[in-house]
Design a protein around this ligand. Structure first.
Ligand SMILES: Cc1cc2nc3c(=O)[nH]c(=O)nc-3n(C[C@H](O)[C@H](O)[C@H](O)COP(=O)(O)O)c2cc1C
Length: 167
């Protein structure tokens, strides 16, 4: 066993599920990002949390709209996942650029991702300061599944390239 940096240990800590986190601006225009730092955290009430960097645009959208959608990807969404996870919504219209298919949610204004394996509609339940990140805990208002679809996992980072596999 050897001593390594936290960055290196976190990087090794995979496979990691990653989710789309989608919210809206003041004009109800959607944008989003990818979060590997995510977890289910309660059944009653149903809660799901993501840890978002203070620097990202989606963080500002959630603080202002108090809502978000979590969409769990499969292989079909890999290209969009890389776009959503590497560009900033204040500079790029990710939904137009990726041509990702959306559908209307029932309780929130943020759209659902039509082809995602799972979609969770969430209202902001708690915001927790967490160093250089902020943890957003969402109360799940509605949940959807595409039964025949699998889940995409981030297996490892090979240099700058991330390797995904479906399970
Ligand atoms: C697989 C993957 C996992 C990621 N996980 C996180 C995460 O958990 N938290 C975070 O703040 N950023 C994470 N990112 C980076 C953001 O998705 C990225 O910075 C994004 O461009 C932010 O977009 P925005 O500025 O439009 O919100 C991840 C990226 C990828 C590709």
């Amino acid at each position: 066993m050897k001593k390594v940096s936290v960055e290196k240990a976190f990087d090794k800590f995979k496979p990691e599920s990653c989710v789309f986190v989608i919210s809206i601006d003041k004009q109800s225009k959607p944008s989003g990002m990818i979060a590997g730092w995510n977890m289910k955290c309660s059944i009653r009430p149903p809660l799901f949390a993501v840890s978002l960097s203070k620097k990202c645009y989606t963080r500002r959208l959630i603080e202002q709209s108090k809502e978000f959608v979590i969409a769990v990807p499969n292989k079909k969404l890999e290209k969009s996942l890389l776009l959503f996870g590497s560009t900033h919504g204040n500079k790029v219209d990710k939904f137009t650029k990726s041509e990702i298919k959306t559908t209307k949610a029932k309780f929130v204004k943020s759209p659902l991702i039509k082809d995602a394996t799972l979609n969770f509609e969430c209202e902001l339940f708690r915001k927790i300061a967490s160093g250089d990140h902020i943890i957003f805990v969402g109360k799940i208002l509605s949940t959807y599944v595409n039964e025949d679809q699998k889940i995409l996992l981030n297996m490892k980072n090979d240099g700058n390239k991330r390797i995904f596999k479906e399970f």
